[in-house]
Design a protein around this ligand. Structure first.
Ligand code: NDP
Length: 483
């Protein structure tokens, strides 16, 4: 029997949400001259949290101009160690304001406070600390003796990890001497706007970081602006493709971090209890809204029954509900639109013959919710084995031999991540070498570290974020190339 838990809500009194927000351009919040404002809501309750400005083309232009001015007049001229000091200061403020950031992230995104508090915010601070250390050591990054910044970076991020994706984009860009204009996703703008306040608090020179809010059109206007030198995008493969087409033939340097359909491979000698925890973390962490989620479980046939029955037992103990409750494991789906997509693909799974199972769980009446779900009897041709569902839905396939596992794992247009569970180190290394995935986890899953590069093959995009490799995306490796 699972335990009963008394409610343990984190107080939201620490956050001060304003009724409406302007755009953060040139170090100040300014009114948008563009489109109609929109509302951001809490996906757990559908409560309206704030009114958000919609940046139009003239606002995008103002933001790019502010970034260009800051680049040429201040940031590029600053001694690298001074740039580093600003980044260290931002990292420390993130730590000081970590509870506020975590509560706001959970409110606007729907993710459990346990995750925003213990994963997103600490990793965000860690990225700023890590890249702060690089600011005055760029000549040791392996990119030539005197690598130069590119100029103005246009950065567009998704809604699944608003704070973390912002840190992945802004920290290396600034450390390398670039200035940025960042657009958060339409459904999760609040923590980016709080980060703008943190930039003010850190006395960051005006225009080094600009945050503009809006929908897809704002993102398009930003990446298509002729005066940006670098585009960094995380989101769907479809939009990534459009951006690649629009940037082709221009001077803009591009990195794309797109979708995934990762295989999590369990061999018969794996420690089953640990593997089950890894499976749960792989697909139910952050409601499965994770580009590198282990959404395809490949389990060796001889242990499949044991793994699946342990997994079912474990899923019955997951607590789904209020993201601000400290006992919650699985929070709300980020938007009605995303919920619709998950429902549609799950229905297709059933229609194509896979067998669907969810543990009994009471879902709240308001808000966007989907229970943890597993599909068995899945074949590699099923849509749920091929398409990114981006929700708490696991497709389970079996295999007999290591070669079959590798063939099935690589049978996907994506190539972002994979997991291998086995007692034998030699087997892990042999399999990892054959997997076409940017990140391969061994006897663990969804582990992130700022020193470790992250990125994909094939339709999962190109370029790397994180680590020393993440600097390459923001530097021109020979002396003459800087903007
Ligand atoms: P999108 O790719 O549409 O959104 C990602 C970001 O790009 C958002 O900030 C979005 O703005 C912006 N954007 C949208 N259109 C354009 C454009 N033409 N030019 C520039 N920027 C643009 O993802 P969705 O939110 O629509 O999610 C769709 C699917 O994509 C999900 O179901 C999931 O499968 C996948 N996805 C993958 C992610 C990953 O980490 N790899 C992250 C998010 C989604 P706005 O939010 O206003 O639309």
């Amino acid at each position: 029997m699972p335990f009963d838990y008394a409610p343990a809500p984190e107080s939201r009194s620490i956050v001060d949400i304003k009724p409406s927000y302007g755009l953060f351009i040139g170090g100040e919040f300014t009114d948008a001259k563009g489109g109609t404002p929109f509302k951001t809501i809490s996906p757990a309750t559908e409560e309206v949290l704030a009114e958000i400005s919609q940046a139009g083309p003239s606002d995008v232009d103002r933001a790019v101009k502010a970034a260009r001015t800051a680049y040429t007049q201040t940031w590029r001229r600053l001694a690298p160690a001074e740039r580093g000091k600003y980044l260290f200061r931002i990292a420390r403020i993130i730590q000081e304001r970590s509870r506020e950031l975590a509560v706001l992230e959970s409110l606007d995104n729907g993710k459990p406070i346990r995750e925003s508090r213990d994963v997103d915010v600490p990793l965000m601070a860690a990225h700023f600390f890590y890249y702060a250390g690089w600011a005055d050591k760029l000549s040791y990054a392996g990119l030539g003796p005197d690598p130069k910044p590119l100029g103005v970076a246009a950065q567009v991020i998704p809604w699944n990890f608003p704070l973390l994706m912002m840190a992945w984009k802004i920290a290396p860009a600034l450390a390398a001497g670039n200035t940025v204009v960042l657009k958060p996703a339409e459904t999760t703008p609040l923590t980016a706007l709080l980060f703008a306040e943190i930039c003010q608090q850190a006395d960051l020179p005006p225009g080094v970081v600009n945050i503009i809010t809006g929908a897809g059109d704002t993102g398009r206007a930003l990446v298509e602006h002729p005066d940006v030198d670098k585009i960094a995008f995380t989101g769907s493969t479809e939009v990534g493709r459009q951006i690649a087409i629009s940037a082709a033939g221009t001077h803009k340097k591009l990195t794309l971090e797109l979708g995934g359909k990762a295989a999590n491979i369990i061999f018969d000698d794996a420690p089953i209890d640990q593997a089950v925890e890894g499976i749960v973390n792989g697909i139910f962490f952050n409601q499965g809204h994770v580009c590198c989620a282990g959404s395809r479980l490949l389990v060796q046939e001889s242990v499949a029954d044991e793994v699946i029955s342990s997994l079912r037992r474990r899923l019955k103990t997951l607590r789904v509900g209020d993201p601000l409750d400290k006992n919650t494991d699985v929070g709300a789906i980020n938007s009605a639109e995303q919920l619709g997509r998950i429902r549609k693909l799950s229905a297709i799974g059933e229609k194509e013959g896979a067998v669907r199972w969810s543990p009994p769980c009471d879902l709240p009446e308001r808000g966007f919710w989907f229970p943890p779900t597993i599909f068995t009897e899945v074949s590699p041709s099923h849509r749920i084995a091929r398409d990114e569902i981006f929700g708490p839905v696991l497709s389970i396939l079996t295999f007999r031999t290591p070669d079959e596992a590798v063939a099935k794992a690589n049978n996907t247009p994506y190539g972002l991540s994979a997991g291998v569970w086995s007692d034998k180190g030699s087997r892990i290394l042999a399999i990892a070498n054959k997997l076409r995935a940017g990140v391969v986890w061994a006897n663990t899953f969804n582990r992130f570290d700022p020193t470790s590069p992250f990125g994909g093959y094939k339709e999962s995009g190109y370029g790397r974020e994180g680590g020393r490799h993440g600097l390459a995306a923001y530097l021109a490796s020979n002396d003459g190339e800087s903007a």
